[in-house]
Design a protein around this ligand. Structure first.
Ligand code: ADP
Ligand code: MG
Length: 289
């Protein structure tokens, strides 16, 4: 690879909104065999909205939303924002807030311990959902992220939160397939929600219910066949995976930590830029030889 051709390739990439942060990334990208995407904010818009609530007998949707929003007001998670946006402005005060990364949040409201989080986390904590498990399955099958609201030891409400798939996601995945590249999705969300999103997109492999610290291991499993792997992500959770992937690709619309951990930064949130970057890398390296 001559320095001149790399310079030309890097310049052309910048015009396409692809920024190579590390010198060898342009070369490394040509040999990619697997592209693994994070779900939330990468394949989806990252603007989740509350779309449905189911409650246990004796509870109202209003009270569940009020309790949940009181706690989530103290969280910076995108799911928290969706819950707070749907709730009234005046809320009870939450005390002793705890963030349980990749799992949920907890605080005391009106003298009761309120826990909000992933259904699998509620199982671990023995917060029983009973008949609300049916609502959970129904919401997840629609591709919604389902969050359980437990008061004390019981799950009293289920919140369905949906986040639209980016309009160009399907085209990006088809284009990767056309280049002989296999596509995977790694997410902290439930298996059912992940499948509902990944299926229609034609994604080859899904790894769901991954804790933030598990994204690196999930990635290692995907490249077990000795293939070179690119990981595409946007969030704080994604930083370790971005740093450890053969090539880490961060969306410019993502968090600063993600961008700093990446080899390549895409100036827009359009997943088709990943295809542009690989295309450009292949063409640049071909010209050299
Ligand atoms: P992703 O990998 O899809 O970006 P995260 O690792 O941030 O997701 O979170 C994984 C799961 O943990 C979420 O789908 C949700 O069920 C639960 N969770 C995390 N933070 C919160 C929160 N503040 N409120 C409710 N649930 C949460
Ligand atoms: Mg994300």
């Amino acid at each position: 690879a001559t320095p001149t051709s790399i310079m030309v390739g890097t310049g052309r990439a910048a015009e396409l909104g692809v920024l190579f942060r590390k010198g060898d990334a342009l070369q490394a990208l040509q040999g990619v065999g697997v592209v693994a995407f994070d779900k939330t904010g990468t394949l989806t818009e990252g603007r989740p909205r509350l779309t449905d609530i189911a409650v246990a007998p004796g509870w109202t949707k209003e009270r569940i939303l009020e309790l949940a929003a009181s706690v989530e007001r103290l969280s910076e998670h995108p799911l928290a924002r969706a819950i707070v946006e749907a709730a009234p402005e005046t809320l009870p005060t939450a005390e002793g807030f705890t963030n349980l990364a990749g799992r949920g949040v907890r605080a005391t409201v009106d003298g009761q311990v309120v826990t909000i989080g992933a259904p699998r986390f509620m199982d671990e904590e023995r917060h029983r959902a009973g008949p609300l498990n049916a609502d959970t399955a129904l919401f997840a099958a629609k591709g919604c992220t389902v969050v359980h609201v437990a008061v004390g030891q019981r799950v009293c409400g289920v919140l369905a939160i949906s986040d639209e798939v980016k309009p160009t996601a399907k085209a990006a995945i088809s284009a990767l397939h056309a280049q002989g590249i296999s596509v995977a999705m790694i997410t902290g969300d439930s298996k059912a929600a992940a499948e509902a999103i990944a299926g229609p997109l034609g994604i080859d492999q899904i790894t769901a219910e991954v804790l933030p610290e598990g994204k690196v291991a999930a990635m290692e499993a995907l490249r077990a066949g000795g293939q070179r792997l690119a990981f595409v992500g946007d969030g704080i959770n994604d930083a370790p995976a971005l740093a450890r992937a053969d090539i880490g690709i961060a969306l410019g619309t993502g968090t600063d930590v993600a961008i700093e951990s990446a080899d390549v930064v895409l100036m827009t949130g359009d997943p088709r830029s990943v295809v542009n970057a690989i295309d450009l890398s292949r063409r640049t390296m071909r010209n050299i030889r």
